[in-house]
Design a protein around this ligand. Structure first.
Ligand code: SF4
Ligand code: SF4
Length: 357
C-alpha cells in the first residue's frame, strides 16, 4: 500500500500516470510525481475560499473519480480551509484559516472560487467580514494564488450582470489594488475541470512555480488550442453543413455555429479532455460551446444561443450566414465557406454574397 489512505499502490501509480498525461509529461515523470505526492509533510497547505459562486467548481472537483481523485488530493494537499467541505464551522473554522495565514505565511497556496463583489462588498460576507478583505488577507501570505472557474478568473456571470454585488475576478482585483499582487494562475471554465485544477496543483508541487501561462494567465498545457480546431463536428463546418433547426434529426450532428457555438473563439482542451471522466462534453451532447474559458464570457459570448457577431478568421458572420442559409447555392457555397475558414481557399474565393467586412 502507498502512504495514502484507502487506495492501493497500483491505483496510486495509475493516478500519477494519469496526472503526468494531464500535464503533457512523459511516463518518465511518473516516479517523480509519486515522490512529490507521497512527501505529504512537504506539501504546501491550501486555503480554498468561495465567494460569489454556485459551488459548481467544488462539486465538479469532489465528484471526480478514476481513481478517487478528490480523496487523493484532499489528503495530498493538506487542505486547511474550505467553507463547504470542512467539518468544522463557526469559530473553529475561522481559527483554522487564521492559523494557516499566520503560521504558514509565504508557504500556502490560495484557491479562489467565485467572484469578488467590489461595488458593494457587503453582498458577500463570511463570518461578518467582506469577502474582498478575506481574499486580500489570505493572498498577502500566499506563495501562489489559483483562481478557479469563470467567476474567480474573469468575473463570469456575476461580473457581467447588473447586480449590486457585481463581481470581479482575482486578477482584476489585484490590478485595482484591492488584493495584493501574487503569482496568479487562472483556470477558467464553468466549472473548472478537476483535471486542470489537479494538474496545476501537482505542477506547482513538482516544480515550485506556476506552469507556463498564456497572456490571460491560463496554463498553456490546457488552454492553448481552439475548441473549433479539435471539434468532432469540424468536418461539417468545413463542408458548410450548419444546423439551423434543432428538431432536424438528419442534421442533428451538423456544425452548430449558426446556433451560437463559440468554439471558434474559445481556447480550451475540452474536445480532448471531455467531462465526467471523459464521458462526454458540451458539443458532444448537442449543446453549443458557450465560451466559458474566455475572459469575455459571459457578456462577450451572449446571447449564448445566437450566432456570434465576431469575425471568424477574417470572414464575416454575415457572409457565413448568407452561404449557409441558402442565399447562394448551398452545397457549393458551403464548400467555399469551409475552405475559406480553414485557409484552404485561394485568393479568388467564393462569390461575394451578403454584407460584412
Ligand atoms: S463552430 Fe462549434 S460545432 Fe461547429 S465545428 Fe466549430 S466548435 Fe464545432
Ligand atoms: S466546451 Fe465551451 S462551454 Fe463547454 S466547458 Fe468547454 S469552453 Fe466551456
Amino acid at each position: 500500500m502507498s502512504s495514502f489512505r484507502n487506495i492501493s499502490r497500483r491505483d496510486f501509480l495509475k493516478f500519477c500516470a494519469g496526472t503526468a498525461s494531464i500535464l503533457g509529461l512523459s511516463e518518465a515523470a511518473v516516479p517523480r510525481i509519486a515522490k512529490a505526492l507521497e512527501g505529504a509533510a512537504k506539501k504546501p497547505p491550501v486555503i480554498w475560499l468561495e465567494g460569489q459562486d454556485c459551488a459548481g467548481c467544488s462539486i465538479s472537483f469532489i465528484n471526480s473519480s478514476n481513481p478517487g481523485t478528490a480523496e487523493l488530493v484532499l489528503d495530498t494537499i493538506s487542505l486547511r480551509y474550505h467553507e463547504s467541505l470542512m467539518a468544522a464551522s463557526g469559530h473553529v473554522s475561522e481559527k483554522a484559516i487564521q492559523d494557516t495565514i499566520k503560521n504558514e505565511s509565504g508557504g500556502y497556496v490560495l484557491l479562489v472560487e467565485g467572484s469578488i463583489p467590489t461595488e458593494d462588498p457587503r453582498f458577500c460576507q463570511i463570518a461578518g467580514r467582506n469577502f474582498v478583505d478575506i481574499v486580500a488577507e489570505a493572498a498577502a501570505g500566499a506563495a501562489a494564488v489559483i483562481a478557479i472557474g469563470s467567476c474567480a478568473t474573469y468575473g463570469g456571470i456575476p461580473g457581467d450582470c447588473p447586480t449590486p454585488g457585481r463581481g470581479m475576478g482575482v486578477g482584476d482585483a489585484m490590478d485595482k489594488g484591492l488584493v495584493p499582487k501574487k503569482a496568479l494562475i487562472n483556470c477558467p471554465t464553468c466549472p473548472v475541470h478537476p483535471e486542470r485544477l489537479i494538474g496545476t496543483i501537482v505542477y506547482y508541487l513538482l516544480y515550485g512555480k506556476p506552469p507556463a501561462l498564456d497572456k490571460v494567465g491560463r496554463p498553456v498545457v490546457f488552454y492553448d488550442k481552439l475548441i473549433h480546431d479539435n471539434c468532432e463536428r469540424r468536418g461539417h463546418f468545413d463542408n458548410g453543413e450548419f444546423l439551423t433547426d434543432w428538431n432536424s434529426f438528419e442534421k442533428r450532428n451538423w456544425c452548430m455555429y449558426l446556433k451560437g457555438c463559440k468554439g471558434p473563439f474559445t481556447h480550451s482542451d475540452c474536445p480532448k479532455r471531455r467531462w465526467s471522466d471523459g464521458l462526454n462534453w458540451c458539443i458532444g451532447c448537442s449543446s453549443v460551446c458557450q465560451g466559458c474559458a474566455e475572459p469575455d464570457f459571459y457578456a462577450g459570448m451572449s446571447p449564448l444561443y445566437e450566432r456570434s457577431g465576431k469575425n471568424l478568421r477574417g470572414v464575416s458572420v454575415e457572409k457565413i450566414g448568407a452561404y449557409a442559409t441558402g442565399a447562394v447555392a448551398v452545397g457549393l457555397a458551403g464548400h467555399f465557406i469551409g475552405q475559406a475558414m480553414t485557409g484552404r481557399l485561394g485568393k479568388g474565393g467564393p462569390p461575394e454574397e451578403g454584407g460584412g467586412n
